[in-house]
Write a protein that binds this ligand. Sequence first.
Ligand SMILES: [Zn+2]
Length: 63
Amino acid sequence: MVMEHDAKQQCIVCNEEKAEGIVVVDQFICLDCEQEMVHTDVKDAKYPFFIDQLKRLWMKLHA
Ligand SMILES: [Zn+2]
């Protein structure tokens, strides 16, 4: 269990509402996407997509 939430939050990667996940900066990433990111290889086609999503978070952080 990474975090506890009473209500579901919208995941910034898959846009689905999930109860479990992590909060990076103030953005929610669901457990499924977090796990997928961890296991996604650089060569995987999905990787740039995840990086793009995360980049938005870091840009927000430094805005
Ligand atoms: Zn997700």
